[in-house]
Design a protein around this ligand. Structure first.
Ligand code: PEP
Ligand code: MG
Length: 587
């Protein structure tokens, strides 16, 4: 008798990279090093243990360097492995493990495990979801040292020779870099969030990925047929004939769609009634400017500069910052680059180990507050920005302004930085546009005062939603309440937009809200001048703008402002623009 066909199962995870693939599952086991024993050492054996640890780190370092050298260009640009190299030698991991072996006289495995789990909880408690996901970096780095300590060979995924979909608990960047990418159709992981590395890497390579599935590695068996829909976060195991036909069709539609939006990405984002919006990119690393150009970005609307301050022993020097900023500015010229000054808080200031014990870091010494308290750190960055401004079109953006005095102080320090460059005889440009992030409710309320001091506002909805609705942006338990279309939020955006029009300054948005097609009619109808988002979303949003009419969008805004719930706003938007958006996007 023949075996009954296995039943179709549907799993729902987090969309990490769009697209659809259908293929056989390849399970990557995380084996080996879970059972770590603790034992004590005395006298000379302690030094021997320290040396054993150092050798394991050195070996991990060599492995990562080899991977970097052999990685395809797209992955090298993601710069994840460089972060791992830095982490390997970071005092908090390397130094602390040696200290524990020495002080407590315990074996290297146990000391490393202790330090890694400590670091893991520090990262997990960070405010920013991107940084939270960096807890995985610590886990990957300590895993590779651990493998070398206990002598377990990791699975050789480099040897995969079939076209497969990788299913794993979590893929480390070292894992993904080792893979022969031509063989991989998609990624599925138990762990990870939107900004996990599997997602970042998959997006860079344009491979579909669904993460955060919790039990994928137990629900899926090796060689089982699966469908991954990275656009909706759905994974279908043992698909029925009907599902297979449906998804084959969907896959073709997605591919056609991608070709279409990419072809048009260099066209202007102009509405059907002739109004042009600038569609800019948010970047974290200087190397991302190339992606901005590839995806047709009209400039950089947000350069998050904090990443250059992390995973290192000292804060970067003015020369180093200047070099990086100048590079970005020159490559983008004549298009603008909006450099945001340091947005770190006590918790994020891990670079020189000046951490503060803050019970509530999101409300603590963060961003401009930190910079105003650390004028030396701030001055170094301001000078670097003003110097880079001599090489292209630079705008400066101050984060988390919550009161008038803060922008006054920040501008005073900027003036002083310019004066000092004048005195030093270095080339610089002080005639740059100055803006502030509108991401704290108090800034909305006093927007008319703030507008007198700046050339533009950039609305940071990621934080504005968090602070207005009192919802931690990284907390899964309240994620369903995090609603960009909440009446409180859309009223705030309208208020700020009206003030900026009244005062004649620019009104931009660089929060993720701007990257979602069904938010665009609202933002367009409120007369925003510029939208900034992750580079990959630019072609799609440009196409959406080209399908809309400004006068329709304005009438929609008038009605939307009468709605009492986010759902009400959404339904209204669906009625008014659902058909148009369905025609021009893929969902
Ligand atoms: C925001 O808060 O919307 C924003 C763009 O800044 P970040 O995500 O870096 O806090
Ligand atoms: Mg913010």
């Amino acid at each position: 008798m023949s075996q009954p066909a296995a039943e179709e199962k549907k799993l729902k995870g987090i969309t990490a990279s769009p697209g659809i693939c259908i293929g056989k599952a390849y399970l990557v086991d995380k084996e080996g090093v879970d059972v770590i024993k603790k034992y004590y050492l005395k006298g000379k054996k302690i030094q021997v243990e320290i040396n054993r640890f150092k050798t394991a780190v050195k070996k991990a370092e060599d492995e990562i360097r080899t991977i970097i050298e052999n990685s395809p260009k797209e992955l090298q640009q993601a710069h994840i492995l460089e972060t791992h190299l830095a982490l390997l030698n970071d005092k908090m991991l390397y130094g602390k493990t040696i200290e524990i072996i020495e002080k407590e006289g315990i074996n290297a495995e146990w000391a490393l495990k202790k330090v890694a789990s400590n670091l893991n909880s520090i990262f997990q408690n960070m405010v920013d979801s991107y940084l939270k996901d960096r807890a995985l970096d610590v886990a990957h780095v300590s895993d590779s040292i651990m493998h070398n300590l206990v002598g377990v060979e990791s699975e050789d995924i480099a040897a995969i020779d079939k076209r497969v979909i990788l299913v794993s608990d979590d893929l480390s960047p070292a894992d993904t870099s080792r893979i022969n990418l031509a063989r991989i159709m998609g990624f599925i992981t138990n762990r990870g969030g939107k900004t996990s590395h599997t997602g970042i890497v998959a997006q860079a390579l344009e491979i579909p990925a669904v993460v955060g599935l919790a039990h994928a590695t137990t629900a899926i068996k090796n060689d089982e047929l699966i469908i991954v829909d990275g656009s909706t976060g759905i994974v279908i195991v043992n698909p029925s004939e009907k599902s297979l036909v449906e998804y084959e069709e969907r896959k073709i539609q997605y591919e056609d769609y991608k070709v279409g939006i990419t072809r048009e990405s260099h066209l202007k984002a102009e509405t059907t009634d002739g109004v042009q919006l600038e569609v800019m990119a948010n970047i974290e690393l200087p190397e991302e400017v190339f992606a901005v150009k590839d995806y047709g970005g009209d400039g950089v609307g947000l350069y998050r500069t904090e990443f250059q301050y992390m995973n290192r022993a000292e804060f970067p020097s003015e020369e180093e910052l200047f070099d990086k900023y100048r590079n970005v500015v020159e490559i983008m010229a004549p298009k603008p680059v909006t450099i945001r000054t340091l947005d770190i808080n006590g918790d994020k200031a891990i670079a020189n180990h000046t951490r503060y014990d803050e019970i509530n870091p999101a409300l603590g010494l963060r961003a401009i507050r930190y910079c105003l308290k650390k004028p030396d750190v701030f001055r170094t960055q301001l000078r670097a920005i003003l110097r880079a401004a001599a090489f292209g079109q630079v705008r400066i953006l101050f984060p988390m302004i919550s009161a008038y005095f803060e922008i006054c102080k920040a501008k005073k320090l900027l003036d002083q930085a310019a004066d000092s460059l004048e005195k030093d005889g270095l080339p610089y440009n002080r005639e740059i546009n100055i803006g502030i992030m509108i991401e704290v409710p108090s800034a909305v309320i006093v927007a008319e005062f703030l507008a007198e001091k700046v050339d533009f506002f950039s609305i940071g909805t990621n934080d504005l939603i968090q602070y207005t609705l009192a919802i931690d942006r990284g907390n899964r338990n309240v994620a369903d309440l995090y609603q960009p279309l909440d009446p409180a939020i859309i009223r705030m955006i309208k208020q700020v937009a009206d003030v900026s029009k009244d005062k004649g300054i620019g009104i931009f948005m660089c929060g993720e809200m701007a990257a979602t097609p069904h938010h665009i009619p609202l933002l367009l109808g409120m007369d925003l001048d510029e939208l900034s988002m992750n580079p990959q979303s630019i072609p799609q949003i440009k196409r959406v703008i080209r399908s809309l009419d400004l006068s329709d969008a304005r009438s929609f805004v008038r009605e939307a402002l009468k709605k009492k719930t986010a759902r009400g706003v959404f339904e209204l938007s669906k009625d008014a623009f659902g058909d148009t958006l369905a025609e021009v996007t893929f969902s």
